[in-house]
Design a protein around this ligand. Structure first.
Ligand code: VAH
Length: 320
């Protein structure tokens, strides 16, 4: 049975992925790596945890040894908008942190490392619609630079050391469980909360800003399916495009209005507009579909129904 360490297990994806992996592999076999001095409630008491700063290799080695870890899922990252405010922090966490993970995995002969990438690897010179798996990678954010470098580094460790490193280019991820932190796609989460709490939202990207997006259940599904795929069938490793849906801010608002007719939206682009403008509208994920059977379950209205259901429940309980 795998012994998995999830680094960044309190983040938007890490917090839900840790719970899902525990359901699949058993609580005791999935260690929550947290930066804080204690894990959040939903992770505490349901399985082992360690304080892991991805920049502290000694701490990482100790956690790996304490639990005989054979698989690392590295969800520690500084995202696009925060990265533009502090590029050197983004480089440090996303690159020096990744080097620590890959070196520790190599030295301890681990079974697998999962290193997420992002559609942020694409820049304005890549085709905007159905962006191909192989195309120009000239991102205009430090986050995107670190994701391109991360993909290349992961592929190097596959070829040079035979380490099983895998990664997928997440689109914007939407969830009602843990708030996102510092991304240009965060508007697509905040809009649902504001629609329930106040009935109005002032959106920080333009109405026609279209981006590839994915609901969290599909994010978890794609991640686990890639982790479980037969290595021998993979013709690439660290840079799979994965898609689910593509919508504009206006289309997202229209989907919400189907369920909250009185919802009002206004648009006041900020610095995150430039980041969003540099990314594609949609991606071609045919290789993921061919090589490991990728297929999303949620479209925009199915996501909206589930997001509003869950957020209304939180609101009723006074949790938001
Ligand atoms: C961000 N949510 O906005 C992340 C993601 C494609 C976007 O990588 O930075």
């Amino acid at each position: 049975m795998r012994k998995i360490l999830v680094i960044g297990s309190t983040g938007q994806i890490g917090s839900e992925l840790t719970v899902r992996l525990r359901e699949l592999y058993g609580n005791e076999n999935v260690v929550a790596g947290v930066l804080e001095d204690r894990p959040p409630e939903k992770l505490d008491g349901t399985g082992p945890w360690e304080r892991v700063d991805v920049l502290d290799r000694r701490e990482l080695i100790a956690s790996v040894k304490n639990h005989s870890i054979d698989t690392i899922v590295n969800m520690a990252a500084i995202l696009s908008a925060t990265g533009e405010k502090n590029p050197m922090l983004a480089w440090d966490v996303n690159m020096n942190g990744l080097i620590n993970v890959l070196e520790v995995a190599r030295e301890s002969k681990m079974k697998q490392v999962l290193v997420p990438s992002s559609i942020a690897v694409f820049g304005p010179s890549a085709p905007a619609r159905d962006t191909p798996q192989e195309t120009v990678l000239k991102p205009s954010t430090m986050y995107g630079v670190t994701k391109v470098a991360g993909e290349l580094l992961g592929d190097y460790y596959v070829k040079r050391y035979g380490l099983d490193v895998r990664g997928l280019r997440y689109p914007g991820i939407i969830s009602h469980v843990t708030m996102p932190g510092g991304g240009a796609t965060d508007y697509a989460v905040a809009i649902y909360y504001e629609a329930v709490k106040t009935g109005r939202y002032n959106c920080f990207v333009n109405e026609d800003t279209r981006l590839p997006m994915m609901y969290m259940p599909d994010c978890l599904k794609s991640t686990i399916e890639l982790m479980q795929a037969d290595f021998g069938r993979l013709r690439r490793h660290c840079d799979f495009n994965v898609g689910a849906m593509s919508f504009s801010a206006g289309e997202l608002a229209a989907s919400i209005k189907k369920y909250i007719p009185e919802f009002e939206i206004s648009y006041k682009p900020d610095s995150r507009q430039e980041i969003a403008d540099s990314w594609p509208d949609s991606v071609d994920d045919s290789e993921a579909r061919e090589q490991w059977g990728w297929k999303p379950d949620y479209d925009l209205d199915a996501m909206t129904r589930d997001m509003l259901r869950a957020i209304r429940e939180k609101h009723k309980k006074g949790l938001i």
